[in-house]
Design a protein. Structure first.
Length: 98
């Protein structure tokens, strides 16, 4: 996975296909989500996603699990894991805003 960010400054032409994932929230509403950043912690990959139709909304972090050749996005339900990865993400955001 790449940590390349796609935005209005992305000048790679049409060589990027945007992968869209349907994510259902706790209210049962589906959101079209796109990966904007990936990172690793303790040999586990994580993906930060934003709502494709509401890019100003807060991002969501998912654990990326692989089975055979397929990758799956999994909710993080362990409080300790969530605290660890959200702290890493907050540090990344802080460094990017400098």
């Amino acid at each position: 996975m790449s940590d390349h960010k796609h935005d209005e400054n992305c000048d790679h032409g049409d060589d990027h296909e945007e992968d869209v994932f349907l994510v259902t929230d706790e209210d049962g509403q589906e959101h079209e989500m796109v990966i904007v950043y990936t990172f690793e912690s303790q040999n586990q990959a994580y993906a930060v996603m934003i709502d494709r139709n509401d890019p100003e909304a807060d991002g969501m972090i998912f654990r990326v699990e692989e089975q055979d050749e397929d990758a799956f996005l999994v909710n993080i339900e362990d409080d300790e894991e969530w605290d660890r990865v959200s702290a890493i993400y907050n540090q990344i955001v802080e460094e990017d805003s400098k």
